[in-house]
Design a binder for this molecule. Structure first.
Ligand code: ASP
Length: 310
């Protein structure tokens, strides 16, 4: 009996885990990035990977890992999610987020929230505490209040860079939405995505990030996907679900992501995906020149990239 227990224990903990994060795709070139900014972004991505990785290393769930990794990026002022979210045409933030668990196909999402410090936590509450999948605006914020999530005044989300961007109406070359996908020791996958959406978007516009099947999808039968890019195209192509279906048909994560990105490109859209499968196959693909991204696993320390590799 003792040996069986020990065998089961070592089998369980011999299982490998992996986490991938992204911080948005865009047409950034090396000359657009100062060394200081590059170092800041890289260390934020690493911090997110380490936060999620520590959870997975301790036998935690992919769901917890993606939640916490995304929170790190939401709290970081550089990224377009949580603090640092871009401003809409009215000069306000309206944030969207979603999360999905591959084992159960449970999902939760919020759109157009304006005061929730960590929209990904609210998306998870929608998933776990309500019979619904997507909640928006004031109703979503009332739910946040009910579950004691920190709410902030609008000015908390503003950063000097975003205010300057709004005053000068210049669009960033990168979108800086954030996302994470992970597979835990038990072979369960999860995905999470969070964003302030597109700079100067119309008040009330909702992108792909909170739309299950567009910006986020997770199914243990195929894998977990988080997208970034021009959301309208990702909604029109049911992008994340499409990648998942191609994985199911036997395409590799790279082939599946590239195939959907090609379709999006033909329609006129740009962006990228991070993809992970229960067997730890993965891809970080984009049809832009850059995507902030990184990976960590039970066998590899955190590694991050910004530009497309040749
Ligand atoms: N996909 C997001 C949106 O359209 C933006 C992004 O990924 O940067 O809202």
């Amino acid at each position: 009996m003792r040996w069986i227990g020990l065998f089961a224990f070592s089998f369980l903990f011999a299982q490998e885990w992996m986490i991938i994060v992204h911080g948005g795709a865009g047409n950034l070139r090396p000359e657009h990035l100062t060394p200081t900014l590059q170092a800041t972004v890289e260390s934020a991505l690493k911090e997110a990977l380490e936060k999620g990785g520590a959870i997975l290393a301790q036998g935690g769930s992919a769901l917890d890992a993606v939640t916490e990794a995304v929170c790190v990026l939401e709290d970081h002022p550089f990224f377009n999610a949580g603090k640092g979210a871009v401003l809409n045409e009215n000069g306000e933030v309206e944030m969207d987020a979603s999360i999905m668990e591959g084992r159960t196909l449970r999902a939760g999402a919020v759109a157009s929230v304006q005061h929730v410090k960590n929209p990904i936590r609210l998306a998870r509450i929608v998933m776990e505490k309500t019979p619904h999948v997507l909640m928006v605006g004031q109703g979503a914020e009332e739910l946040a209040l009910k579950y004691n999530l920190p709410l902030k005044e609008q000015h908390y989300f503003y950063t000097p860079e975003r205010l300057k961007q709004y005053q000068q109406r210049f669009s960033s070359l990168n979108t800086e939405t954030v996302g994470a996908v992970a597979v835990d020791r038990y072979g369960n996958v999860a995905a999470a995505t969070s964003t302030g959406g597109l700079f100067l978007k119309m008040n009330g516009r909702v992108g792909d990030s909170p739309i299950i099947g567009a910006g986020t999808y997770a199914d243990n039968q195929c894998g977990a996907i988080s997208a970034t890019g021009h959301g309208e195209y990702f909604i029109r192509t049911a992008a994340a679900f499409f990648v998942c279906m191609l994985l199911k048909q036997g395409l590799s994560p790279e082939q599946a992501a590239d195939s959907v990105l090609n379709t999006i490109k033909h329609l006129g859209g740009e962006g990228g995906f991070i993809v992970i499968t229960p067997k730890k196959h993965y891809a970080m693909r984009m049809n832009t020149s850059a995507m902030f991204r990184g990976i960590m696993s039970s066998t590899t320390p955190p590694k991050v990239w910004i530009f497309k590799e040749k």
